[in-house]
Design a binder for this molecule. Structure first.
Ligand SMILES: [Zn+2]
Length: 216
């Protein structure tokens, strides 16, 4: 898996311990991606097997938090982060205006994402990657499906059908009280995440985009 993460760009944003819980991801994959989708205007998670919409308020708090926002930049592809494409005259690069950085696009109400934010839940690290790379990376974290004989396939298929049928009988719509409780819990986790991020700012982390470039 370690060579695999070489395809991804590490992001230095702090990783809240309750990040995926606040965002509403309940799966057990090691790597899971998050991004904003303009259709429906919601935050999405995708672990390569399961995807769905998460808790949008937690994403908005995260993305705009002063401990996180200064890290949401990428080296400008046109000048390779140097700020100029003309080293002799040192003219500022027109793609990034000479800053060497471009804002990371994880999606917004108006624009489709061109990168996904990937969380390594084991090492507690963030990465970003262009969507195609991210998608392939997330799918590759799962073992390939086993080769089945036609008989095994039939047995498997029948077992799935049976399970679906059982679920259909057992399912009851959640009551208003249950829904309310689930939203309340999710908001509580979000509040804890913001408090944790506030703590990261107080530790004197005031990196700006320009100093993020110097670290490169
Ligand atoms: Zn540039």
């Amino acid at each position: 898996m370690n060579e695999a993460t070489q395809l991804l760009t590490p992001l230095k944003a702090p990783v809240p311990p309750m990040f995926e819980a606040a965002l509403g991801y309940q799966g057990d994959a090691r790597y899971v991606a998050f991004y904003w989708q303009p259709a429906g205007d919601e935050v999405m998670y995708d672990d390569g097997h399961a995807s769905g919409d998460g808790d949008w308020w937690a994403w908005i708090e995260f993305e705009n938090h002063s401990a996180v926002a200064p890290h949401l930049w990428l080296p400008c592809p046109q000048c390779g982060g140097r700020g100029t494409t003309n080293t002799l005259e040192n003219d500022p690069c027109d793609a990034c205006d000479g800053s060497g950085l471009l804002p990371l696009n994880l999606g917004s109400s108006d624009f489709e994402a061109d990168h996904w934010l990937i969380l390594d839940r084991q090492e507690r690290k963030f990465y970003v990657a262009p969507i195609v790379t991210a998608r392939r990376f997330l799918q590759e974290q799962w073992p390939p499906p086993p080769e089945l004989t036609p008989e095994e396939e039939q047995t498997f298929f029948e077992a799935i059908q049976k399970a679906v049928e059982e679920l259909r009988h057992a399912w009851r719509p959640p009551g208003a009280g249950e829904l309310e409780e689930s939203v309340r819990q999710s908001m509580q986790t979000c509040t804890e995440m913001v408090a944790w991020l506030d703590g990261q700012v107080e530790e004197g982390d005031t990196r700006s985009p320009s100093s993020a470039r110097e670290e490169k």
